[in-house]
Design a protein around this ligand. Structure first.
Ligand code: ATP
Length: 248
């Protein structure tokens, strides 16, 4: 966009089954090169928002009722998910989805195919992902269903990276993982942001993690974006502090 925003969500409303209002007015801007965290309690609407951005709501009987989503300066609320991926908007869904019967390497390659890369490109991108997540190298020939949860999350992120994203959207990458594994994953994400300028939008249940890694956080409450700012802004708010970070 003219103002440097890569993603701009305005007054977004979304419903499920035509009735359940999951989002009732979300505003969100992600600028090129930023890490933005989306925080909020269970059911606040984080997953719904990320699915709306990737145009995946219809698969769960959800739909956008009002508002606007712009990516790289154009309205994408009706753009198919595969076209978004080709344009660099790539999502890693909740629950670290992998093709469980395919090997780790086949999962990774699947992420590169949509872009129409040649063999040499795919090979180079695979080596890049293995360098980022060395543990995956050892597991490359195993079915993804047989590796650990952390390795599955790395595989899901690696598959998304094979699409050479410009904006990577992640839904709770730390969900159910040991702190050490979470730290390993965040280190890779932060390095990609610093070294390659990869823009990140991350739904994160842990406000502590969000404040540690994101440049800015957006707080969702009952389907509404109620606050946004850097770590200082959020920490200064007594209600946020008490609700999400515990007593001072
Ligand atoms: P969580 O961390 O639990 O995933 P969230 O912030 O991602 O929470 P959403 O999953 O987006 O929240 O849910 C927002 C609201 O929409 C909730 O009230 C939820 O019950 C409702 N909801 C989510 N998915 C569906 C669905 N497929 N059908 C009907 N209602 C849904």
């Amino acid at each position: 966009d003219r103002d440097g925003s890569l993603l701009r969500v305005e007054a977004l409303e979304a419903v499920y089954g035509g009735a359940v209002q999951a989002l009732s007015g979300v505003d969100l801007v992600v600028r090129e090169g930023e890490i933005v965290a989306l925080v909020g309690a269970n059911g606040a609407g984080k997953t719904t928002l990320l699915r709306a951005i990737s145009n995946l709501l219809p698969a769960t009987r959800g739909q956008i009722r009002a508002g606007r989503i712009a990516y790289a300066g154009r309205d994408v609320s009706r753009t198919r998910t595969d076209a978004l991926v080709r344009a660099g908007l790539v999502g890693v869904l909740e629950g670290r989805h992998c093709f469980r019967a395919l090997t780790v390497e086949e999962n990774l390659i699947a992420g590169g195919l949509g872009r129409g890369s040649g063999r040499a490109d795919l090979r180079a991108d695979l080596e890049w992902v293995y360098a980022l997540f060395p543990r995956l190298t050892e597991k490359r020939r195993l079915p993804a269903g047989l590796i650990s949860g952390g390795e599955q999350q790395m595989t899901a992120i690696g598959r998304a990276l094979m699409g050479r994203p410009r904006l990577l959207v992640l839904d709770e990458p730390s969900m159910g993982l040991a702190p050490k594994v979470t730290a390993e994953i965040y280190r890779v994400l932060v390095d990609l942001n610093r070294e390659r300028g990869l823009t990140l939008l991350i739904a994160e249940q842990s406000v502590t993690l969000a404040l540690r890694h994101a440049h800015r956080s957006v707080v969702l409450e009952n389907g509404l974006s109620v606050l946004e700012g850097g770590a200082e802004t959020l920490r200064a708010r007594d209600d946020i502090q008490r609700f999400y970070l515990g007593p001072r």
